[in-house]
Write a protein that binds this ligand. Structure first.
Ligand SMILES: [Zn+2]
Length: 479
């Protein structure tokens, strides 16, 4: 297996990755809270972990990938109250849109996709254990985690408890003992969705405890930790800090996760995405405007942990890259599978080596673009595997030649050039071009080679190159 190095937020170091259990890798990534439309910032994180899964399985590991769904939260409940809609219909609608977008982006399905509301007994068992051992307490509006009971609090995000305490405030409607304490269970107000929880009181779980309970249930029932916990950098504090504080006091062998990986945030046209700037374009809309594979390519050009700027120029350059890949693919796809075996082409080892350096996707992509192999069956299979590894999977449409953009003034130029011999009648550029080619075909049928050459040269003056073959006359736009 390759020597994979990853930057671990927990140790703040680039480390050689070693699984906790033989060749098995267990990954938990914080999923979506579908109380609003997903945007490209969400997609960035899930695209990154999709690449990591591909690399790990390529290296020969057995990967279990869990990505949760926070299908209950204050925003969806508030929206339901404002609009009169059913809160679960709101959540289900946004989640269905998100899933459709992930499929369009070619993100592989998680091995498990636990919904918080399906894990209420596991969540309650964890809360109960925390209360019984003094890490949590109930007051009249809910059950809170006692941050002062966990001395390692703040280690992951490298924050100091005293400084955090100085900056924290208690919201007027909260009754917790300390500003840093956070809710594990919120008692239901009239009309809110609720689950029974004896002897404490009916209510719903807080966000942080869901991830602790579901990762424990699905990836680490024995309390020895799992391999990789991931999410966007905005989740390090407080969400991931709180997950650690909830999980580790109950574990036989902490840490909760061996490696903590965090993806960088996303800017739009140089600006941070924020509600006030109104630059939260829903992901589904963005995927209508841009090729999903071009979006994947824009992410490959920036290191996963860096802040990335998404602009019209970056997507235009990704589109050009995508066309280059398709040209190579078409050239290799034409290869005769019965040709004799040749040596391996050495593309995959280069891509693998780049990805093993903390997922250096920009170097991996550069290797792929620099590669210009002879068309052999081996080259074709190597290219396809490299594309899979980078999450760019060719579909049937890749084999079709691209639509050629004709020069905007072509119809006009053809009319000017051929007005003496062809009677045009308001045709489009493509139709006018076909009329000239047909006119030339008639000359060739008469064996009038002088006329055929004259028409060919006149077309060249209009920016069109033609080539005759036994299948007829092909045209291309010159240059
Ligand atoms: Zn989480």
């Amino acid at each position: 297996m390759g020597d994979l190095k990853l930057y671990n937020t927990r140790t703040r170091a680039l480390e050689r990755f070693v699984p906790l259990r033989d060749d098995e890798v267990r990954i938990y990534v914080c999923g979506l809270t579908p109380s609003a439309q997903a945007h490209l910032g969400h997609a960035r994180s899930f695209l990154f972990f999709d690449l990591l899964r591909r690399l790990l399985s390529h290296l020969g590991y057995r990967v279990t990938y869990v990505q949760n769904v926070t299908d209950i939260d204050d925003r969806s409940i508030n929206r339901a109250r404002e609009t009169g809609e059913d809160w679960y219909a709101i959540v289900s609608g946004y989640y269905a849109d998100f899933k459709a977008s992930m499929r369009r982006l070619g993100v592989m399905e998680p091995d498990a996709e636990p919904y918080a509301t399906k894990y209420i007994p596991e969540i309650q068992a964890m809360i109960r254990a925390l209360v019984e051992r003094g890490f949590a307490y109930a007051v009249d509006d809910g059950i809170y985690y006692r941050v002062s009971s966990f001395p390692r609090y703040g280690k992951l995000s490298n924050r100091n408890i005293d400084e955090l305490q100085a900056g924290a405030r208690i919201e007027v409607d909260e009754h917790k003992q300390d500003p840093l304490d956070f809710a594990l269970w919120k008692f239901a107000k009239p009309g809110e969705p609720k689950w029974a929880f004896d002897p404490y009181g009916d209510g719903r779980p807080g966000w942080h405890i869901e991830c602790s309970a579901m990762s424990h249930a699905l990836l680490d029932p024995e309390g020895r930790g799992f391999d990789i916990h991931g999410g966007g950098a905005d989740l390090i504090f407080p969400h991931h800090e709180n997950e650690i504080a909830q999980s580790e006091p109950l574990m036989a062998h902490p840490p909760m996760a061996n490696v903590w990986l965090h993806g960088g945030l996303l800017n739009f046209d140089g600006r941070k995405m924020s509600k006030s700037l109104g630059n939260f374009e829903p992901l589904a809309d963005l995927l209508e405007r841009h090729d999903p594979q071009a979006i994947r390519l824009t992410f490959l050009t920036t290191g996963y942990s860096k802040v990335m700027n998404f602009t019209d120029e970056s997507i235009a350059s990704a589109n050009a890259t995508l066309e280059r890949l398709k040209r190579t693919y078409r050239r290799l796809a034409a290869v005769d599978a019965r040709e004799p075996q040749r040596e391996a082409c050495m593309l995959l080892p280069k891509i693998e080596a780049a990805l093993c350096e903390d997922m250096n996707t920009s170097v991996a992509l550069a290797e792929l673009l620099q590669w210009s192999p002879e068309a052999t069956p081996e080259a074709r299979s190597e290219f396809e595997r490299a594309l899979w590894l980078l999450g760019i999977e060719p579909g049937a449409a890749w084999l079709e030649a691209p639509q050629v953009m004709l020069p905007a003034d072509l119809a006009e130029r053809l009319r000017a050039e051929f007005s003496g011999e062809i009677a045009f009648d308001g045709e489009s550029a493509e139709e006018a071009l076909q009329r000239v080619i047909a006119h030339r075909a008639e000359a060739r049928a008469r064996k009038d080679w002088a006329a055929s050459d004259r028409l060919r040269d006149a077309l060249a003056r209009c920016g069109i190159t033609i080539k005759d073959s036994k299948d007829g006359t092909q045209w291309t736009v010159a240059g």
